[in-house]
Design a protein around this ligand. Structure first.
Ligand code: BGC
Length: 764
């Protein structure tokens, strides 16, 4: 099963040794062996075979499985994505033995928040501020992905996202550089587990390099134009952190950066990625991005686009076979060099070595006898972990008069288009997850109350009554199925059950397809059909609990004012309904915190925490006219970054600093006492922010620099300490030098970005 799939002479290089697992990346002791193996293999390869390795394909209407198999036999394919079951993958991999050099393919997929078991969307995972929860989700994702015979995921997405109009904010970890960097790195480590070839491990391909999250106006695929200091201080560290954690691959972004598409951007792909960051792994284009260079207006035709992408350093061509069509001719005409082709081929072969495919072409696949009898078998899911992780991602936004938790008695009306939608709760990019296996809020609540209380259910509204939007969402898949009743009939039916109940739980928000790739919104409020429903429910006078399901910050002024309680649940995955019921009934005390600022109005965007002060800052305590503000709206966010309530209360003491001065080699500690002053056990996220008060460039008013999740019993208190050293104070100056500057620093510690204690120290 192993070495006979690699040409015999090369098998000599294959080691059966147990790999050292001391880093997130590739075991160092293999590097020499790998280099020798790959060099030897490349000497055997024809030009066509080399170019074939750069081709990353997927089955599509114009490219059938049979055609792919023929191309594999001809040595024209390097890897494949979107084929996700063992038998399907094996059928393709079996063709390798008929190729001249028998170089195995690797198999990739967008496993973004789970494979078979779907975890909360990444924005929800970020809301947990819980690195263990994130690691659990990624570890299980890797195990399930490997168990399906796959080798690589196109994840994590670590694009910093500060514009909630962009549908893809759902796929990342939000607006903050530090939080995203920690989450992304944690995911990479959990996917690869020290060795992407090991059983239950996969290679992480971090995306989208670079700055895809900053598309103008939040419109997908749009232009990115940004100062270099902002780029390096805010947007680049998360990619760097994922690479430092050992990510084996990088996906190149679709957008341009300061006029030059990432896909042809020599500066991004060579100078920064390779030379400055010393990345040695594989780069892949995004879907059809090489051909996109013509539309960007930097290549006159596909042939030139292929030339530019290869020269820039895009190793693999995803889905448009531009390399296959043009590289040979480009080489003949002297427009690309053999070295440039070889450089990329080496990266592909190195990655295959790292994924263990030369040692065993059937890595993760095993023999057909090991295939699961039922790919979607219940026994392949990790429901318990999914429920535990999902609970940590829920954010309590409002809870007047202890409306929540609900009691398991009396009559509860559960209403809303998302209350019983298995497809929606899975979220976008739900990989191989099966909607039929998802637990909806209806099911979760029913199971939680058993026969202790009466649960009445009505849909109440369609997600939207806008036919054009429904058609848009249903373009490729019937995602939204409108009810046959008129909107008024649906509302009337809902009000009937609300009238009979003690409390109303309304599950509203977005269909999952509204927070996805190519799903930018100009209006990020709850769609009108659902708002009308909420108004009718409010008019019943019953306590109103709003359960939000959405993949981006929404504008929720009406809801915030009129709901008695409001719980943000994102798209919480296979076990979402159980997790939400756990929180609604108080079997779990919520501790999630927002990873993105919630604006009051779309007109405020961009609105995020780590802003610069400006020369005329707005002061909400003393509002003045000639300050940086809007005159037609309450200034500031509806819910700030880092915000989230609990069923208990916490107090935070003044900050104690171990010293009020710090030198370059030293360290000081900022600490607070955090006390649970309420009646329930609970957890909260203690957040450390810093401000460089005066520097050579304006620095953010508050930058997140650390956080800790603390669990406290009622009455219990705990000292939470954050070490601070000079490194944490560094930033990229106008020369792009990463250095600190002496002077005063403010320290803030609190339970969200606005409600903080403050102190200061001097960097000498
Ligand atoms: C997306 C990527 C994704 C790729 C492969 C593209 O359209 O931008 O994030 O990994 O498709 O599915």
């Amino acid at each position: 099963m192993t070495t006979h799939h690699v040409i015999g002479v090369l098998a000599l290089f294959v080691s059966a040794s147990i790999y050292a697992q001391d880093s997130g990346g590739i075991p160092q002791n293999q590097v020499k062996e790998k280099n020798a193996f790959v060099s030897h293999l490349m000497k055997e390869m024809t030009l066509d075979e080399k170019i074939g390795q750069l081709n990353l394909v997927s089955v599509g209407p114009d490219y059938t499985k049979e055609a792919i198999m023929a191309d594999v036999r001809a040595g024209k394919v390097g890897g494949m994505f979107n084929t996700v079951t063992k038998p399907d993958i094996r059928r393709i991999q079996d063709q390798v033995q008929y190729s001249r050099l028998k170089i195995p393919l690797f198999y990739a997929y967008d496993v973004v928040h789970g494979q078979r078991t779907v975890f909360p969307i990444s924005l929800g995972l970020a809301a947990s501020w819980d690195l263990n929860a994130v690691a659990t989700s990624a570890r299980i994702s890797a195990e399930e992905t490997a168990a399906d015979g796959l080798n690589m995921t196109f994840s994590p997405m670590v694009d910093i996202t500060r514009d909630p109009r962009w549908g893809r904010v759902s796929e990342g970890f939000g607006e903050d550089t530090y939080l995203t960097s920690r989450m992304g790195a944690e995911m990479v480590k959990a996917y690869q587990n020290g060795d992407p070839s090991a059983p239950g491990s996969i290679m992480a391909n971090v995306k989208h390099y670079a700055l895809y999250g900053a598309v103008e106006g939040g419109r997908d695929y749009n232009t990115v134009d940004m100062s270099l200091t902002r780029m390096f201080n805010d947007y680049m560290p998360s990619y760097q952190a994922a690479l430092a954690a050992g990510a084996g691959g990088v996906m190149v972004a679709l957008n341009s950066v300061n006029g030059i598409p990432a896909t042809s951007n020599v500066w991004l792909l060579q100078d920064i990625l390779r030379k400055q960051w010393h990345f040695n792994g594989l780069t892949v284009s995004d879907h059809g991005a090489i051909g996109g260079l013509v539309k960007h207006g930097v290549a006159q035709d596909d042939r030139q686009a292929a030339m530019m992408a290869l020269k820039a350093g895009v190793d693999m061509d995803m889905a448009d076979n531009m390399y296959g069509k043009y590289l040979k001719g480009l080489l003949k005409d002297g427009l690309v060099t053999q070295q440039e082709i070889d450089r990329s081929v080496r990266h592909v072969l190195d990655a295959k070595w790292d994924m263990g495919l030369f040692a065993d072409a059937y890595r993760h696949l095993g023999p057909a006898s090991s295939d699961p009898a039922d790919t979607n078998a219940e026994s392949r899911l990790h429901r318990q972990q999914a429920r535990e992780v999902a609970r940590t991602s829920l954010v309590l936004l409002k809870n007047d008069k202890d409306t929540l938790p609900l009691q398991k008695k009396g009559t509860i009306a559960l209403i809303g288009p998302l209350a019983d939608s298995q497809r929606d709760i899975m979220g976008s990019w739900s990989a191989a997850g099966v909607a039929k296996q998802a637990v909806t809020v209806l099911k979760g609540m029913q199971d939680a109350i058993g026969d202790k209380a009466t649960l009445l259910y009505e849909r109440g509204a369609n997600v939207t009554d806008d036919k054009d939007i429904v058609d848009y969402l249903n373009t490729y898949e019937q995602q939204v199925v409108p009810d046959k009743r008129t909107p008024q009939q649906m509302i009337d039916d809902a009000v009937k059950i609300a009238d009979k109940s003690d409390v109303v739980v309304a599950v509203v928000g977005e269909a999952q397809g509204m927070a996805h790739e190519a799903s930018s919104r100009s209006d990020i409020s709850i769609p009108e059909s659902q708002r009308n429903l909420l108004k009718a429910l409010k008019a019943t006078g019953k306590p109103l609990v709003i359960v939000l399901m959405n993949g981006r910050p929404l504008t929720l002024n009406w809801e915030a004012e009129n709901a008695d309680a409001m719980l943000e649940t994102w798209f919480s995955g296979t076990e979402g309904g159980n997790a939400i019921a756990d929180v609604l009934f108080g079997d779990y005390n919520p501790s999630g915190k927002l990873p993105m600022t919630f604006p009051r109005s779309v007109g405020q965007i961009p609105l995020y925490n780590s802003v610069l002060n400006t020369g005329r800052p707005f002061n909400p305590k003393k509002p003045e006219k000639y300050t940086s503000r809007y005159f037609d709206i309450t200034n500031g966010p509806l819910y700030p970054f880092g915000f989230g309530l609990s069923y208990t209360q916490f107090s935070v003491s003044d900050i104690t600093l171990s010293s009020t001065t710090l030198n370059a080699k030293g360290q000081l500690t900022a600490s607070v006492m955090v006390k649970n002053t309420g009646k329930r056990a609970g957890a909260t996220i203690v957040q450390l922010y810093l401000q460089d008060v005066t520097a050579s460039i304006s620095r953010p008013v508050k930058e997140l620099k650390n956080f800790e999740k603390v669990e406290l019993a009622p009455g219990e208190e705990k000292r939470v300490s954050f070490p601070i050293d000079e490194k944490q104070l560094r930033f990229y100056n106008t020369q792009l030098k990463w250095a600190s500057e002496p002077g005063k620093f403010n320290v803030f510690i609190g339970l969200d970005s606005q409600d903080v204690q403050q102190s200061s120290f001097l960097l000498e």
